[in-house]
Design a protein around this ligand. Structure first.
Ligand code: BGP
Length: 484
């Protein structure tokens, strides 16, 4: 049984849904730049080559900035209990550290949050979803400089004060562990591979300190509010029973995911992580003040995004650094020499629609792994199925594949609840179609279709079959799934 207060919701992020990327005083963010493909040379991945004007970018996105009222009406019709979205830092402070907040930007979120509150839809607000202000990047190099910690805290504190009493759940940042693997989101231009990796870990550390500082500010400014970071989580299984492969899987889980939980929930870097940084000459400066901030900024619950699982095998020590770098962003084949190499899990079926190895049981395992480390209430902030949808001539969209995916994952949430794990909410990625970070509008996730593609489109909204299905799940508090 799902608790009667269970937050059945949907999620989006500012740069992927809003559009109006330079309207009403908004400044440019690194996510805008990456999406607009202004500097493709900085992140020459195959996927990125697909993003940009050819597909539809953050300039217009789903035009939520202009159509938010229509979108919220649809959320009400669907019966959402919560809506997870992000505030664009550059709408509030266009350069990141402006003296005064940009009134028009603040007004947009005032209107949105007030309407959600009026409709009884819990606003769950991410402070930072990949969109660091370009102004601060140009001024001092973004997260690589310590000044970013204070600037983020100032921005976060402004929002805690302004929305006090109107926002009860804050999410600090989205998928820091995914972000530090993507140089475009960190504005890293360094070409030397070793130095580049050192910068990534420095950025990572500053983000941890900024996160803890913002959590402490939230506790001080609005003690009633709850706050947590959001991690990208994919459990990795040993491909075989060989101890070397079992340890390799453990290494992936610890070095990509679990170390974060320790820092966020215990306020300390775990030994295995410090050892890994030190042995590779990547250890950033960690001051006594940093350590105190980390200890003082423990989150109230833990949030993660889950899409699929993966497998791991042992990896030789002598893999050339160029090879490691080549597969850095590809979660399906990345490696850490001497520690682990990710590989496809042939025991999990591959979807012909999007080539994902879909693993609902992996979500149950994820809950057990995460809860074991944090013993805090858990929230799923993203889970969804990305695929090209077909808008039929009668304006219907029959996305039974998405319904199947969501159903199988919600069943596993129930399994976790039966295990005694306090799961407080679940958010489908996404409510309406948004610009995918890897494939623009070619890959859709929404319960609501947005008529937009590389040729343009009228941006009209059409409810997919999954919209009606999820509406029924919410109306029955999950019983419609469990009783079958
Ligand atoms: C997560 C991000 C989201 C979203 C999602 C799907 O990592 O938090 O912003 O984009 O992945 O990924 P993609 O858009 O690349 O399909």
């Amino acid at each position: 049984m799902f608790n009667k207060d269970f937050l059945w919701g949907c999620a989006t992020s500012a740069f992927q849904v809003e559009g109006a990327y330079n309207e009403d005083g908004k400044g440019l963010s690194l996510a805008d730049i990456r999406s607009l493909n202004i500097n493709p040379a900085e992140e020459p991945t195959k996927a990125l080559a697909n993003v940009g004007d050819k597909i539809a970018d953050s300039k217009v996105a789903s035009d939520h900035y202009h159509r938010w009222e229509e979108d919220v009406e649809l959320m009400k019709e669907c019966g959402l209990k919560s809506y997870r979205f992000s505030i664009a830092w550059t709408r509030i402070f266009p350069n990141g550290d402006d003296e005064n907040a940009n009134e028009a930007g603040v007004l947009f979120y005032d209107n949105l949050i007030n309407k959600l509150n009026e409709y009884g839809i819990e606003p769950i607000v991410t402070l930072y979803h990949f969109d660091f202000p370009n102004g601060l990047q140009e001024k001092y190099g973004g997260w690589s400089d310590r000044q970013s910690i204070n600037d983020f805290d100032r921005y976060a504190s402004y929002l805690f004060e302004h929305f006090k009493g109107r926002v009860r759940y804050w999410l600090v940042n989205n998928e820091q562990n995914a972000m530090i693997r993507r140089d475009g989101y960190l504005g890293i231009k360094e070409t030397n591979i070793l130095k580049r990796e050192q910068i990534r870990h420095r950025c990572n550390h500053h983000m941890f300190v900024a996160c803890a500082k913002a959590i402490a500010s939230c506790h001080r400014i609005d003690p009633e509010a709850k706050i947590a970071p959001v991690m990208a989580y994919a459990p990795h299984y040993p491909l075989t029973g060989k101890p070397e492969d079992v340890l390799a899987a453990r290494n992936v889980n610890d070095l990509y995911f679990h170390y974060m939980i320790e820092i966020h929930c215990r306020g300390e870097y775990p030994g295995y992580y410090l050892r890994w940084l030190t042995e590779n000459n990547w250890l950033p400066e960690i001051t006594d003040e940093d350590k105190a901030i980390l200890k003082n900024g423990i989150c109230d619950f833990y949030a993660f995004n889950y899409y699929r699982s993966n497998a791991a095998v042992a990896c030789p020590k002598d893999v050339p650094i160029e090879e490691v770098e080549k597969f850095r962003v590809d979660a399906r084949s990345r490696m850490l020499p001497g520690l682990c190499k990710c590989t496809a899990n042939t025991y999990v079926k591959e979807s012909s629609l999007n080539k994902w190895r879909i693993d609902p049981i992996g979500l149950h395992i994820a809950f057990r792994n995460v809860y074991e480390l944090c013993h805090m209430p858990l929230m799923i902030c993203e889970n969804g199925f990305g695929a090209p949808d077909t808008l039929e001539s009668n304006l219907q969209i029959h996305d039974d594949y998405r319904i199947e995916y969501l159903k199988e994952h919600i069943e596993q949430i129930h399994e976790a609840i039966l295990d005694g794990i306090p799961v407080i909410g679940y958010h489908v990625w996404t409510f309406m179609d948004v610009v995918s970070t890897s494939e623009g509008f070619r890959k859709r996730y929404g319960l609501v279709y947005v008529d937009r593609d590389e040729k343009g489109g009228n941006l009209n909204r059409y409810k997919k079959d999954s919209f009606y299905w999820y509406k029924n799940v919410i109306a029955t508090n999950g019983e419609s799934i469990l009783e079958k």
